[in-house]
Design a binder for this molecule. Structure first.
Ligand code: FAD
Ligand code: 2HG
Ligand code: ZN
Length: 462
């Protein structure tokens, strides 16, 4: 246990109550290690406030005493941003889990930061409304964490990432001051858009306590298909064609060779289409009326580009196809601790990128393997690098892959954020001037640097 003055411990504990101030090693352990197991820290204290006022009180005490905190939601983040790497106090927001009544007239809802995505989906669906972002960690990830990381997921091609769903936030800044802008006005040009700034801030600017989200019509009529392709280039061309020709396109996900073999083995299910391809797409169309015909027509128009197709009409057969995509992260975790690289490439560079990655990685670590998949509709490839026999790969794989991404004009973080994992590579995408502006923004919200000190912003060079 890292030390913290006894009187401070008591002061924090008196704000949340003894049962919500955890310090025994076995109770704080799960808050101190990230989902992948790669980032392990330690903490003297986990605080679980139940109201925004308690969050504000905690931050006032922390600010006066110069105690650093790491906000945490579901702890499903993949870049090491949610855990206390240098003995920080963990501020778990899971008890801020109130779902306010759905505003059907405005098609919006206000949700506590600790509401999980699945709870939010269940809360709005009886009103035939849906949350615009969906991802496989839905049972654990929270609205606050999704905003803080600007989460993407499988429907960005239709609705954009979390930032695009955000109409307002309530948040507490480092000195314990609250900001609340939850009116949900669709048009509101009254200066800087703070919710947009908090989206992707990874806990470095303020603690998000509540959010106002835009909702979308719930589209129950769905058709999914798995398509097999001879080459990555063919899958990229097909994606562009489908984006042009399917008006109700809801998702275009990709699985490359190693990922397909791994997941098929993990779920003990053989690939439902031709297995001799190099890339597979999972495509979904969703509408209020059956979209099967529009999807079938568009797939038919792809002609010889496609090797083979399997279609899922009903929810069981659709889930049967989707498990090949949604179970990949779990499947990788059974093979060791990967280094997760989450990148976006310009469409014109995608095929070349995917084909060169195995070689680039093996030049650095001969025994490492790359497992690739992602959200092809957004140009987003997840490159998971596994070391030999469960070991982590050489750290140099990061600079080799991310350097190549930057050279091709891509982004070194598509949707998971920078966290601690990518901090030293931020300069590949952001100029010195931009990073200086980041630092100035950070210090105007958090002058003492007590919020998430290990994420996003690289240390200044001496
Ligand atoms: P945490 O992991 O707890 O925290 C993430 C970051 O947000 C940290 O920096 C933390 O300090 C900060 N934070 C958390 N809550 C708050 C708050 N209330 N106020 C301020 N800062 C806060 N991500 C995608 O984008 N797309 C995907 O498709 C996707 N799929 C996934 C699938 C699996 C199986 C897993 C394990 C993860 C996946 N992720 C995906 C990553 C992860 O789920 C997202 O980053 C998610 O948004 C994190 O939410 P969380 O509540 O778990 O946040
Ligand atoms: C996904 O798209 C997530 O499934 C996780 O973003 C990606 O495990 C990963 O690398
Ligand atoms: Zn993803």
């Amino acid at each position: 246990m890292t030390s913290l003055d006894k009187s401070l411990l008591d002061e924090f504990e008196s704000i949340v109550g003894a049962s919500h101030a955890l310090h025994e090693d076995e109770l704080v352990a799960s808050y101190s290690t990230d989902w992948t197991g790669r980032f392990k820290g330690s903490t003297p204290l986990v605080l679980r406030p139940g109201t925004t006022e308690e969050v504000a009180q905690i931050l006032r005490v922390a600010s006066d005493a110069n105690v650093a905190l790491v906000p945490q939601g579901g702890n499903t983040g993949l870049v090491g941003g949610s855990v206390p790497l240098r003995g920080e106090v963990v501020l778990s927001l899971l008890r801020l889990n109130v779902c306010e009544p759905v505003d059907v007239l405005a098609q919006q809802v206000s949700l506590g930061a600790g509401v999980t995505l699945a709870q939010a989906q269940n809360h709005v669906s009886p009103f035939n409304l849906a949350i615009g972002v969906d991802l496989a960690a839905r049972d654990s990830c929270t609205i606050g964490g999704m905003i803080a990381t600007n989460a993407g997921g499988i429907n960005v091609v239709r609705y954009g990432p979390m930032r695009d769903q955000l109409l307002g936030v309530e948040a507490v800044t480092a000195d314990g001051s609250s900001i609340s802008h939850l009116e949900g006005l669709e048009k509101d040009n009254t200066g800087y858009h703070l919710p947009g700034l908090f989206a992707g801030s990874e806990g470095s600017l303020a603690v998000i306590t509540k959010a106002r989200l835009r909702l979308h019509p719930q589209l129950d009529e769905r058709c999914s298909a798995m398509l097999a392709f001879k080459s990555v280039g063919d899958a990229v061309s097909a994606t562009a064609q489908l984006r042009r020709s399917v008006p109700d396109l809801h998702a275009v996900e990709v699985i490359f060779r190693e990922a397909m073999d791994l997941v098929s083995d993990y779920i003990s299910t053989s690939i439902p289409v031709r297995s001799d391809g190099s890339a597979w797409l999972i495509v979904e169309a969703a509408s209020s009326s059956d979209p099967t015909d529009q999807l079938a027509q568009a797939i038919g128009d792809l002609g010889d580009l496609v090797l083979d197709v399997a279609v899922g009409h009903d929810s069981t057969s659709r889930a049967g196809l989707w498990q090949f995509r949604e179970k990949i992260t779990e499947a990788i975790a059974t093979r060791g601790t990967p280094h997760k690289l989450d990148v976006t490439l310009p469409a014109s560079e995608l095929a070349e990128f995917v084909s060169r990655i195995p070689e680039i990685i093996s030049e650095v670590d001969r025994r490492a393997t790359a497992v690739m998949f992602g959200h092809l509709g957004d140009g987003n490839v997840h490159v998971n690098v596994l070391g030999d026999d469960g070991l982590e790969p050489d750290n140099e794989v990061e600079s080799a892959v991310l350097g190549y991404v930057a050279q091709l004009g891509g982004s070194i973080s598509a949707e998971h954020g920078i966290g601690t994992a990518k901090k030293e590579f931020l300069h590949l995408n952001r100029s010195g001037q931009e990073i200086a502006i980041f630092r100035a923004i950070k210090s105007s919200f958090d002058p003492k640097g007590i919020l998430s000190p290990n994420t996003l912003i690289p240390a200044e060079e001496q």
